[in-house]
Design a protein around this ligand. Structure first.
Ligand code: ZN
Length: 136
């Protein structure tokens, strides 16, 4: 049985499509090694911060590992999740731990799309789709 891995990254104050793209890309990245727990799949984008955080921590408690997504350091919620995981001795992973070629990623072939956003499976970066690109 694979270990459960919780995806932790910035969510609040960002478009839900942006979160959906980035978390979906991370889920693809981690799925070979882990049974992935994606908190954005379980919580409505309209949920208030506190009840969403409680739900996230409950999801996190059932995991053996946590994967920190790009931008986690600027997220109050992700920092709480990381601190919690560290304190109880959970395995803490970053994208560079899963992809040794992270710095060479050109984000051209492994994109996941959601609404106006695209996220890279190999490095976890998310960005708004350029209008010129969308029209093609
Ligand atoms: Zn990339």
């Amino acid at each position: 049985m694979k270990a459960k891995c919780y995806l932790s990254g910035p969510v609040s104050g960002r478009p839900s499509d942006m979160n959906a793209a980035q978390f979906a890309a991370a889920a693809i990245m981690a799925k070979d090694a882990f049974d992935v727990v994606n908190p954005t799949a379980n919580i409505s984008p309209d949920e208030e911060w506190a009840p969403a955080m409680i739900q996230c921590l409950q999801d996190l408690m059932g995991c053996e590992a946590i994967l920190l997504l790009p931008g986690w350091i600027d997220s109050a919620g992700a920092k709480i999740e990381r601190d919690f995981a560290e304190r109880i001795g959970m395995r803490i992973l970053k994208y560079e731990d899963l992809n040794p070629y992270l710095n060479e990623c050109e984000c051209d072939e492994t994109l996941v799309y959601s609404g106006d956003y695209e996220a890279c499976v190999m490095c976890g970066k998310v960005r708004k789709i350029e209008t010129s690109k969308k029209a093609v």
